[in-house]
Design a protein around this ligand. Structure first.
Ligand SMILES: *Cc1c(COP(=O)(O)O)cnc(C)c1O
Length: 357
């Protein structure tokens, strides 16, 4: 094994082990959609079942065409991948080698660090400021060695967004040799009109790519399909780099079926319901005495300090799985109203016993 791989962090699954104990937990630890597939999406997958002896379409042509049409970008500006996780990995791997630097915020999506270390590059992390990306501080950390800067908006785990103007000036101020990856896994939940739009930025800057996914708002996390929007050279590179046939025919069919106008309307209703619940849970927690940043994603971030692990364990004892964050916070996914109520009940119950608020 290459020695630098010793430093690779382990993935911490949000799901409790199913062996032995309780298995019917309320799953609020992995930012999944609480809703199962739409009937039309289920039917599109079923229609593919008899064909699984065949390899899928290599480039996901129909899906790429549909996405390009909806996003109003050329077809050669879109690549699909095995979840946006795979695209993050391929991009960092392609642009950063041994000793190069990759800049991202802390806390942000843990995969950035993991992949950076795996490639032998050096993670350069910049603390959030009031739970938001500190773009000025990030720009200040860019050097001749910087190859990639990742901006996660809405940020996982804090839910905060970068502003459109702010991100535009940031990109304009960076040297052209730096690739800016705007990770928009939760973009569909954003209801702030001043928020940055990575796809619009990628259309104007050849060194910017936007990443989106079918895993979160589209409710297809288990199928593994995400996409990249960026310059044709980068799209081509990612197509050549990715695991061949990584996006299965089932995943392609489900994603494509999710993009019909009827499906998008149904999905939009689900997103609206989650956003409404997010605001309800936020207001309740605030009224209970917690202070928390305004989230634009399908989760909330509770900075409870050193109590986070005990808090999460106590929620788990009450049947609710939430994610403790190592910096001293809880990340709680927004589920159905009933699931959120179960979390709120646990939170109210737990907070005095762990001394929270
Ligand atoms: C969930 C998530 C992803 C990746 O999801 P995939 O399932 O691999 O598409 C990417 N970035 C962030 C910030 C996420 O939270």
């Amino acid at each position: 094994m290459r020695a630098h791989l010793e430093a690779l962090p382990k993935y911490r699954p949000g799901r409790a082990p199913a062996d032995g104990g309780q298995t019917d937990f309320v799953q609020l630890a992995s930012n999944e959609s609480p809703f199962g597939p739409l009937d039309s999406v289920r039917a599109a997958m079923a229609a593919q079942l008899d064909e699984v002896n065949r390899y899928p379409d290599f480039a996901g042509t129909q899906l790429v065409t549909a996405l390009a049409g909806l996003l109003n970008v050329p077809q050669d500006a879109v690549a699909v991948g095995t979840g946006s996780s795979a695209l993050i990995r391929d991009l960092i791997w392609a642009f950063a080698g041994r000793g190069d630097e990759v800049v991202f915020a802390d806390p942000s999506f843990p995969l950035y660090r993991n992949v950076t270390i795996a490639t032998g590059a050096v993670p350069v992390t910049v603390p959030l400021s009031e739970h938001r990306h500190d773009l000025a501080a990030m720009a200040a950390r860019v050097t001749d060695r910087t190859r990639v800067v990742l901006v996660c908006t809405p940020n996982n785990p804090t839910g905060t967004v970068a502003g459109a103007e702010e991100l535009r000036s940031f990109v304009n101020a960076l040297p052209d040799h730096v690739l800016v990856v705007v990770d928009e896994a939760y973009r569909e939940y954003v209801d702030d009109p001043t928020a940055a739009d990575g796809v619009a930025l990628a259309a104007q800057h050849p060194n910017v790519v936007a990443l989106r996914t079918f895993s979160k708002a589209y409710g297809l996390a288990g199928l593994r399909v995400g996409y990249l929007v960026g310059a044709p050279q980068i799209v081509d590179l990612v197509r050549r780099l990715g695991i061949p046939f990584g996006v299965s025919a089932l995943a392609q069919a489900a994603a494509l079926a999710s993009l019909t106008s009827t499906a998008r309307e149904e999905l939009h209703e689900r997103v609206t319901a989650v956003v409404r619940e997010r605001e309800r849970v936020h207001a309740f927690l605030e009224a209970t005495g917690f202070s928390l940043p305004r989230s634009h994603a399908n989760f909330l971030y509770l900075p409870v300090g050193s109590l986070s692990a005990r808090f999460a364990a106590a929620c788990q004892e009450r049947g609710v799985l939430v994610r403790p964050c190592p910096e001293g916070a809880l990340r709680v996914t927004i589920g159905t109203a009933a699931e959120n109520d179960q979390f709120l009940k646990a939170a109210v119950d737990v907070s005095p016993s762990v001394g929270a608020r």
